[in-house]
Design a protein around this ligand. Structure first.
Ligand code: KG4
Ligand code: ZN
Length: 334
């Protein structure tokens, strides 16, 4: 049995979770509101907000779990990738806990953690068997990985330019929606129909590209607004449904190809964009058609959270993969 406290602070969410074996006892997430007025995350403000939030967030996660700091077998933190100032706050906090309580320290890579969110145990839900495929779609990354085992992940496809979350957020910005626009496109899309056809990129193999779509949306808006300045407000639901439909079709096309190439039919999605209702629905539908076993983490484990850091730390603890006090956070994948 192991009890671990994990901290996630890679971007604009301060989060802490306690895990006992593969069961999450608490999962506290505090989203920073300050960035809304700037239309995107301001790194310097993010680090300051982490400093303010980290003590109450860790406190709440221990209280919810009914545990004390002294009960922990290890302390984990997100080492990379992310905003360096934000990562430093979580890393410093976890290090000081590990040092003062003389417990092991565990450094976790954020993108791997998104994938392993699918391995969290929950009553009444199933987990994938190894090897499984995972489409990881977040604000900074878009990848297809083979998870051979919890500590052996192989990237077999990734974006050549923008990430899927970025495509959602940039499209939203062009439509005048506030940051982060992904969830708002999702909301509008549910009320509309995909009546507009955006082009599909032709990229070899299992890689993705979203920059062409971004340009197509820009020209689409410009041309229609020339004829009718109120085009966006009149058609926002249908435009969002069309943009979302194209992003989903790009993602699922490559996922189908990956399953065909590898013969793997246990398939997961992960990362912030996996919270998208349209993607969740289409993924399940395609899965049924092709005989996949599909897995989607609960909403609270899709966008940035510490439960996913905790489950990854659980496996690293079992394998005794500990970090030293010299472990440095890194903006790029470490
Ligand atoms: O994984 P995540 O929380 O943070 C990163 O590691 O980047 O992903 C954030 C991304 C943002 O681009 C956000 O717009 C997108 O996930 N996102 C969504 C939805 N919820 C979050 N995109 C589409 N539909 C959603 N419901
Ligand atoms: Zn993330």
């Amino acid at each position: 049995m192991s009890l671990i406290l994990a901290i996630e602070s890679s971007c604009d969410e301060t989060a802490a979770a306690v895990i006992r074996d593969r069961h999450i006892l608490s999962n506290v997430i505090r989203s920073q509101q300050i960035h809304k007025m700037y239309g995107g995350v301001v790194p310097e403000l993010a680090s300051r907000a982490h400093l303010e939030a980290i003590v109450p967030v860790v406190h709440e996660s221990l209280e919810t779990a009914g545990c004390k700091l002294q009960d922990m077998d290890a302390f984990a933190f997100t080492q990379s990738p992310g905003l360096i100032g934000s990562l430093i706050v979580g890393a410093g906090f976890a290090k000081s806990l590990a040092l003062s309580l003389e417990k092991p320290l565990i450094a976790v890579q954020h993108m791997k953690a998104h994938v392993l969110a699918n391995l969290i145990r929950k009553e009444g839900s199933k987990n994938p068997d190894f090897p499984f495929l995972c489409l990881t779609v977040s604000g900074g990354h878009t990848q297809i990985v083979i998870c051979h085992d919890p500590l052996n992940l192989e990237i077999i496809g990734q974006t050549l330019d923008d990430a899927a979350g970025e495509a959602f957020d940039k499209a939203a910005k062009m439509l005048g929606l506030p940051y982060p626009g992904g969830p708002l496109i999702d909301k509008h899309a549910a009320l509309g129909k995909p009546v507009y056809e955006f082009p599909e990129p032709h990229i070899e193999g299992l890689n993705f590209s979203f920059s062409g779509l971004k340009t197509a949306i820009l020209y689409f808006i410009r041309d229609h607004q020339k004829e009718d300045p109120e085009f966006i407000s009149k058609n926002i639901d249908n435009i969002c449904a069309s943009v979302q439909q194209r992003i989903i079709s790009i993602l699922l096309k490559k996922l189908k190809r990956a399953s065909k190439q590898t013969g793997i039919k246990d398939i997961c999605i992960a990362g912030g964009v996996s919270a998208n209702k349209g993607l969740r629905r289409e993924f399940e539908k395609v899965g049924k058609e092709l005989g996949w076993r599909t897995f989607i983490p609960p909403f609270e484990y899709c966008t940035d959270n510490a439960a996913m850091i905790a489950i990854t730390a659980h496996y690293k603890f079992q394998a005794k993969q500990f970090a030293t006090m010299e472990a440095v956070p890194s903006a790029k994948v470490h």
